[in-house]
Design a binder for this molecule. Structure first.
Ligand code: URA
Length: 434
């Protein structure tokens, strides 16, 4: 086979055979196929797409490029959750302990943040001493004994995705449905859970900007998962404005803790109840969604979820005292409110731009090697649909210096669209695809 022939076939709208897809992924992972040819193939796939059979074959070839985690040593049902990425997305920090407190185990591998989106691993490192570099046996033991563990993705799982994702990131080919489906599902299949729930973000802060694209992606994920013999549920959720109110690593951890204490609800808790109930029903721990929601609510109100989270932080070497006293988490020296220039109703908050404000403050990475500042970020005082008076605070910038805060405050003000008429908030949960 010749890679140039496969590129030409896809460029002209042809269908790649399973043997061709496998040959291409194996060759690229080994380094036999150069980046420039794979870039051309990604662009051809971006424009021509792939049918369900091709998408499935690509997923399986990427899965077979590396190791798989064997969760059979962990008793009971094991679940996993993945988000397509957004701004202020601290869902895993709240969802995993809630689900674990209800008896379903969560074995989760997570990544670091890049660009305007944050990463769970970075957020967790806000706890002094916390490590996500767990050996496989320690990971399995913790999932079994504590009920959940969150570890960093290892190089041995899906090396094809690691290479391909880095290439897509610099060739404007991330937002391709078959490439996203195969990237996400190959990693989730390698991680070995019985039940997989995916949070497909939709809106200005997400890869999928329209509902149509997000639902197409959700259907592609559910269908490919079904072909691979897994129960995959995809929930399409809004990412037009940031999730919750905090954006920035330690600030998001504080908001997650406040959700686990039952004090912060809003969109964040709605998302955790929705994803969590899919997991509990899918895992056979609840008869239906209503029963699952009641169990999850109780896990929060009884303090069981917060206690689970403290056990998890301790098990991964972190200072669990910070779970009960968030003042022990990193704090930025400068906190500057951002007053509204005009009054009215908040009509939009550009999620991606809010993510970029946090990144500019030092809370995110422009390149993989960048060091990040865990303390900085923004906390929104206003969300879409809320009234704001002239001079009232839209949010607070948490910064290292006064100069950085002043610059970020200007940027944050520009993220808000304020109008004279009240904006209807679009539904936050857009639908569930099984
Ligand atoms: N998340 C992933 O893991 N892969 C993608 O391609 C997009 C989002």
């Amino acid at each position: 086979m010749r890679m140039s022939d496969l590129i030409e076939k896809k460029r002209d709208g042809g269908v790649l055979s399973p043997a061709e897809i496998r040959w291409m992924i194996e060759g690229y992972t080994r380094g036999d196929i150069p980046d420039y040819q794979m870039s051309a193939m990604c662009m051809a796939i971006y424009f021509r797409g792939m049918d369900p059979e091709e998408t499935y074959e690509l997923t399986m070839a990427m899965l077979d490029s590396g190791d798989r985690i064997d969760l059979s040593a962990v008793s009971g049902i094991k679940a996993d959750k993945h988000s397509t990425g957004g701004v202020g997305d601290k869902t895993s920090l709240v969802l995993c302990p809630m689900v674990a407190a209800c008896g379903v185990k969560m074995a989760k591998l997570s990544g670091r943040g890049l660009g305007h989106t944050g990463g769970t691993i970075d957020k967790l490192e806000s706890f002094p001493g916390f490590t996500t570099a767990l050996a496989e046996d320690a990971f399995l033991r913790q999932v079994d004994q504590v009920g959940f563990a969150i570890a960093g993705q290892t190089a041995e799982l899906c090396p094809a995705d690691k290479k391909l994702y880095a290439l897509r990131d610099v060739t404007a080919t991330v937002a391709s449905r078959p490439l996203i489906v195969s990237s996400i599902l190959s990693k989730k299949l390698a991680a070995g859970a019985d039940v997989i729930v995916l949070d497909v973000k939709c809106g200005s802060g997400a890869f999928m900007h329209t509902e149509q694209d997000a639902f197409d992606l959700a259907r592609g994920l559910a269908e490919t998962g079904r072909r691979a013999g897994k129960k995959v549920t995809a929930v399409v959720t809004d990412m037009d404005e940031p999730l919750g109110r905090a954006v920035g690593n330690a600030l998001e951890v504080k908001e997650a803790l406040s959700a686990l204490r039952g004090e912060f609800r809003e969109d964040l808790m709605e998302l955790c109840l929705t994803l969590g109930s899919q997991i509990l029903v899918g895992g056979g721990a609840a008869a239906d969604e209503a029963a699952a929601r009641a169990m999850l609510e109780k896990a929060v109100s009884s303090g069981a979820a917060l206690e689970k989270f403290a056990q998890f932080v301790k098990a991964q070497g972190g200072d669990s005292a910070a779970v009960y006293d968030p003042a022990l988490l990193p704090q930025a020296p400068v906190q500057m409110p951002v007053p509204a220039a005009t009054g009215g109703w908040v009509r939009r908050i550009h999620a991606q731009d809010v993510g970029l404000v946090s990144m500019r403050l030092g809370g995110g990475r422009a390149s993989k090697e960048d060091e990040i500042d865990l303390a900085v970020g923004v906390v929104l005082n206003k969300k879409v649909g809320e009234a704001v008076a002239p001079g009232e605070s839209l949010g607070t910038v948490h910064a290292r210096t006064e100069a950085a805060a002043a610059q970020a405050a200007e940027m944050l003000r520009a993220c808000f669209e304020i109008g004279p008429e009240r904006a209807e908030r679009p539904p936050f949960i857009k639908g569930v695809v099984r």
